[in-house]
Design a protein around this ligand. Structure first.
Ligand code: ATP
Ligand code: MG
Length: 262
């Protein structure tokens, strides 16, 4: 797919608040201890940009992913790494791309992010893409640019029910020409083992997914996640002995061990 061994991993789930951005920020941090990492914010809400400590409102069009995927400018990587991670920010301009590119029938505009990344992938070991909470154009474009998907799923009934739809969408994209796409892992998130509902949902999720993809240990529900993000820090720098840090390390090691499909 790309001419490098770079893993391009998109955090994908149409459900809002599943934990995509938190996962990209934290896994990016752990991967960046030993590898070259680029984060791409593909959400017009720009949460990843904000979590990284960059103010979306202050960005010009050319400083965001919007310019590159709409051919308005070169891919502009934020001028300095943040906790060792490189970032292509986003802001609300990106919402316009969905409409613009959706109207474009002359070129394969769904491949715009992939074409953009082709120019830089060889400089990185990992590119992590934060998708918006929809199955719209920006998410599809992100999945087409990805070699792997990581799928956070809240241990709530509504998310469990939406997982079947998610697996169908991934199946359709694979059939539609993206056959090498791999599911890196499902990551149960915001898990509270003390509630019977959560432990029941986690069991159900394991049964639903087990034969189709890897499922990681559950990331516990903890107020330290939003607190760390608000402080613009990955959890490990906010509270290094937090029990979730080891789980994030384990998920990182799983990503490192993954192979490409071809
Ligand atoms: N393990 C956790 N425990 C408690 N809160 C969490 C956890 N993970 C994420 N959160 C919080 O839940 C909210 C949603 O998380 P996040 O923004 O990462 O999800 P998302 O899937 O990116 O959301 P969106 O779909 O809006 O992009 C945030 O306020 C975040 O701080
Ligand atoms: Mg998000």
């Amino acid at each position: 797919m790309y001419n490098t061994k770079t893993k391009v991993i998109a955090a994908f789930n149409q459900s809002g608040g599943a934990g995509k951005t938190t996962l990209v920020h934290n896994l990016g941090y752990h991967l960046a201890k030993k590898h070259k990492v680029l984060l791409i914010d593909m959400d017009p809400q720009a949460s990843l940009t904000t979590f990284m400590g960059v103010e979306p409102k202050n960005l010009t069009e050319n400083q965001t992913i919007y310019a590159a995927i709409t051919d308005r400018g070169e891919l502009d990587i934020w001028h300095e790494p943040i906790h060792n991670m490189h970032l292509v920010p986003s802001n609300s301009f990106l919402a316009g791309a969905e409409l613009e590119l959706g109207r474009d029938i002359t070129t394969d505009s769904r491949q715009k992010l992939k074409f953009t990344l082709e120019e830089v992938v060889d400089k990185y070991d990992y590119v992590l893409i934060d998708c918006p909470p929809s199955l719209g154009y920006l998410s599809i474009m992100s999945v087409i640019a990805a070699t792997h998907l990581i799928i956070p799923v809240q241990t709530e009934y509504k998310c469990y029910a939406a997982t079947e739809q998610l697996l169908n969408t991934i199946g359709r994209l694979k059939k539609g020409g993206h056959k090498d796409l791999q599911i890196a892992a499902f990551v149960p998130t915001q898990y509270d083992g003390r509630t019977l509902q959560h432990s029941g949902i986690l069991e159900g999720l394991k049964n639903q997914i087990e034969n189709r993809a890897h499922i990681t240990k559950a990331i516990p529900n903890s107020v330290d996640f939003p607190s760390a993000s608000q402080a613009h820090l990955p959890l490990a720098l906010w509270k290094k002995n937090h029990p979730a840090v080891n789980i994030l390390e384990e998920i990182t090691n799983h990503l490192i061990k993954l192979n490409h499909a071809n």
